[in-house]
Design a binder for this molecule. Structure first.
Ligand code: GLC
Length: 416
């Protein structure tokens, strides 16, 4: 059974390979997505390490001159996706979106390099400079209050999380032109973000495009600016791994160390005492989201230990058959099927599990891993899963779910 799943996972990665880059899944997501690709590389590294490195090179082929690495690279136009390159209007080559995504890449570059330093040294040296430019972009443009900030819900990779509900209310959608969504023709609309959400997503893109993606204008006048645990913990971890790479490659370390120090202090601004957890903070209103989400549990991945968060995780474990739900089942906005408002995501489980293990919380890590194994064994390589009955939701044959199976969840995984 396990070997069969390993073979299936490899097959999914190969099927979603478009020649040097991987699409998240056929149809629903026909382009190269940023953090999906880093996970895909982690999966490829199990059976084709050169192909793994290639995935990073194709991702960084979309890097902007200012260092930003976009969340989508539109290598080959596909009419089946909305919003396409015309809506983003970034005028880059290759065509790309104008926002970024959680920078998991440095962490997987490190892991793949460590698995075979000889094969990886040259690749890691090329990628190191690009990763440093990207992380610098975050620190220059997105870390003004200490934690890392997103300017669009898509940037955190948790599109319709309840975290953004408060901030989304304030967005003016009166100028949004009629548009046709494509996602709901691939997947049950009940499992996707609503039209209310989409109008706001598009309004934010329109504003940034009209202002030529100028980060100062987006910061001072944009309608959405939220300091978020996904971005903050992931960037903190990525900086730690970049620092490790710098030492291996004899590169300067002071600047990277200053980023780590900055975020170690910055994460404190995300502690919501009332909630007793790390939370998203709306910088426009100054209000916390009051959202206990899967991102709250990325603290260990970021190298931050916190005993209260262990208690919170124990509580979450007791609520659903499968952990870690993307939003607390005790929260009033919980929905077991709707995307980032409740379902379990294997990729986030992987990051949470890695962090728990790094911090010596082995029993907790084991629970997260075994839940992920059960979900995949019983329901296939889905985009996400219902935390109560485990049923598959969203798109199928998903690259990143296949990748984390191979590299982390499978009993044959190197990390396992
Ligand atoms: C959705 C997810 C995002 C992911 C993308 C492609 O937008 O929310 O995290 O990167 O799909 O899989």
């Amino acid at each position: 059974m396990i070997d069969k799943l390993d073979a299936q996972a490899r097959e999914i990665l190969c099927q979603n390979d478009r020649g040097g880059y991987t699409v998240p899944t056929d149809g629903l997501y026909p382009y190269q997505w940023n953090w999906d690709s880093a996970f895909a590389a982690f999966g490829f590294a199990n059976f084709d390490i050169e192909r793994a490195w290639q995935e990073f090179h194709s991702l960084f082929s979309g890097q902007w001159e200012n260092g930003m690495v976009p969340h989508i690279i539109f290598h080959q136009e596909d009419k089946g996706y909305f919003p396409g390159p015309d809506v983003w209007g970034t005028n880059k080559s290759p065509l790309s979106s104008g926002i970024s995504q959680p920078p998991v890449a440095a962490t997987f570059v490190r892991k793949i390099y460590e698995s075979d330093p000889k094969a990886g040294r040259e690749h890691a040296a090329i990628l190191f400079e690009k990763l440093a430019d990207w992380h610098r972009w975050f620190h220059v443009n997105r870390c003004e209050t200490g934690a890392a900030v997103i300017t669009h819900p898509w940037e955190a990779g948790r599109d319709n999380a309840p975290d953004w509900d408060g901030a989304m209310e304030a967005i003016d959608v009166s100028k949004v032109q009629p548009y046709v969504r494509r996602d709901t023709s691939h997947v049950d609309p009940e499992m996707r973000p609503t039209k209310y959400d989409y109008d706001r997503y598009i309004s934010l893109v329109d504003f940034a495009r009209e202002n030529d993606w100028n980060q100062d204008i987006i910061r001072d006048e944009g309608a959405f600016r939220v300091a978020d645990p996904t971005m903050t913990f992931i960037l903190l971890r990525a900086n730690r791994d970049l620092l490790w790479l710098a030492k291996q490659l004899n590169k300067p370390i002071d600047e990277i160390q200053s980023w780590v120090d900055h975020l170690e202090t910055g994460v404190k601004t995300l502690w919501n005492e009332e909630l007793g957890a790390y939370d998203s903070l709306d910088l426009k209103s100054g209000k916390f989201a009051n959202s206990l989400s899967c991102a709250s549990f990325l603290c260990w991945y970021g190298g931050i230990e916190n005993s209260k968060m262990v208690e919170q995780l124990d509580l979450i474990f007791s609520q659903t058959k499968y952990s870690v739900p993307s939003y607390s089942p005790m929260g009033e906005k919980f929905n077991a099927k709707r995307y980032w408002r409740g379902p379990v995501w294997g990729v986030v489980n992987t990051l949470i599990g890695m962090g728990l293990e790094d911090c010596g919380l082995n029993a907790h890590a084991q629970r997260v891993r075994s839940d992920t194994v059960e979900l995949i064994k019983n329901n296939g390589f889905a985009e996400y899963y219902d935390p109560f009955d485990g049923s598959a939701a969203g798109g199928g044959t998903f690259s990143w779910t296949a990748a984390i199976w191979l590299s982390w969840a499978s009993p044959n995984a190197k990390e396992g």
